[in-house]
Ligand binder design. Structure first.
Ligand SMILES: C[S@@+](CC[C@H](N)C(=O)[O-])C[C@H]1O[C@@H](n2cnc3c(N)ncnc32)[C@H](O)[C@@H]1O
Length: 386
């Protein structure tokens, strides 16, 4: 496909997304109907679409409309490119720009400039103060790709060398000891020998830094209460912890056994009804459901799906989880609360609310990572009794 034909395809996908189809579904739907498109074409179309979703408000302002075509015109302008070079009507490229489309404006308000829903701006200001605009701007960029080197199988240097043999260029990340920042060929990772043999796992560097901050010791009994796909459970198991995984949704944990086998570690999965029958844990981690605001580079559609009502529901789930988990902790155990959010109302405010109710706990550490640190935005606090 020509670059212009890829733009036409992105317009089609964006029209489907803008009419309410989830973005991944819109992309797979397009690919199913256009089987001639190769993997490079699909990757390029995906990049256009995700770039546009990350920058939806500014692209629509710069493109002078709200459909897929206007969004792509505005996206290219926002990227400093001249859309006329791709809108040529040649070789399946979109038709040439009309007089109206040629008349561009760069008059944008703060929400448009930062691609942030209006109602969220005050929450970002309250949470991040002077850093709010920089963090919002970072969420308009593509996310870097990181892997975690599996200490149970390899060193960071050996894993980097093995990735390099498959053409994947990396460099050590400053954010976490076992993190490699992937500089070239990230799409090859999942078919690389380093990945298939369990030497590396895909994991954001801040997510890894959260685990490093937990002071995991070999043999420590850990409950990952919101384990999901097991990213953090695997990282803790690689450090020698005896990890039990739990999630409200059993289905979300379905890949944990195969991921654990590949990594050479063992992780037991349990349901809530079984938790009471187990001895208490030295560490309970609640990597709680959240707005995902720290990871909107990676999952930009989340930014537009969040509503004030949904945020209230999420906060209520976080509060319930914090109230529940002390029951699974030893007297001296550490309660760790984490989110991939940068919003104070899901982070520090939740912990303060919990401390206000549970007078036998105190805060031992608190850290907020933002995308300005290099990885996703993450929050972690650790609490103890006494
Ligand atoms: C942020 S994700 C976890 C990501 C995971 N820890 C990782 O590192 O890959 C949050 C998880 O919490 C789960 N969850 C939501 N409500 C819950 C609840 N009340 N109790 C336990 N898990 C819950 C969700 O199903 C989701 O998988």
């Amino acid at each position: 496909m020509t670059p212009g034909a890829r733009v036409s395809a992105a317009i089609e996908v964006l029209d489907s997304y803008l009419s309410g189809t989830p973005v991944e579904q819109a992309l797979t739907g397009w690919a199913r109907n256009h089987r001639f498109a190769g993997s490079k074409d699909r990757a390029a179309i995906r990049d256009h679409v995700f770039d546009a979703v990350r920058r939806l408000l500014s692209s629509q302002a710069l493109g002078g409309g709200t459909d897929g075509r206007a969004t792509m015109i505005g996206l290219l302008r926002g990227q400093g490119r001249d859309p006329s070079e791709l809108f040529t009507a040649e070789g399946h490229a979109p038709s040439q720009l009309s007089q109206d489309e040629l008349a561009s404006t760069d008059d944008m308000d703060r929400a448009q400039r930062l691609d942030c829903p209006d109602w969220l701006l005050p929450l970002f200001d309250e949470s991040l103060g002077q850093k709010a605009d920089k963090v919002l701007d970072s969420l308009r960029q593509r996310a870097p790709v990181f892997v975690r080197v599996n200490l149970a199988r390899s060193s960071r240097e050996d894993a980097a060398n093995m990735l390099a043999e498959d053409g994947i260029v990396s460099r050590p990340s400053d954010l976490a000891l076992m993190a490699l920042d992937i500089l070239e060929n990230p799409r090859k990772i999942k078919v690389s020998r380093a990945f298939l043999n369990g030497y590396v796992e895909m994991q954001d560097a801040a997510s890894q830094a959260v685990i490093e901050a937990l002071d995991i010791q070999p043999g420590m009994r850990v409950l990952d209460y919101c384990a999901g796909g097991g990213g953090k459970a695997l990282a803790m198991a690689a450090l020698g912890a005896e990890v039990t995984a739990h999630d409200l949704s059993w289905d979300r944990m379905k890949d944990i056994p195969s991921r654990a086998e590949r990594a050479g570690v063992s992780i037991k999965r349990v349901r809530e009804s079984e938790l009471n029958k187990l001895p208490p844990f030295d560490l309970v981690l609640a990597d709680a459901p959240c707005s995902g605001s720290g990871a909107w580079r990676r999952a930009p559609h989340g930014k537009w799906l969040l509503t004030p009502e949904k945020l209230v529901q999420i906060q209520s789930a976080q509060k319930d989880i914090l109230r529940k988990i002390p029951a699974y902790l030893t007297q001296e155990g550490v309660l760790a609360y984490a989110t991939c959010s940068v919003l104070q109302c899901e982070n520090g405010d939740q912990v303060q609310g919990f401390l206000g109710e549970s007078h036998d706990f105190h805060l031992i550490s608190e850290r907020q990572f933002t995308p300005l640190d290099g990885g996703d935005g993450f929050y972690l606090s650790q609490l103890k009794r006494g």
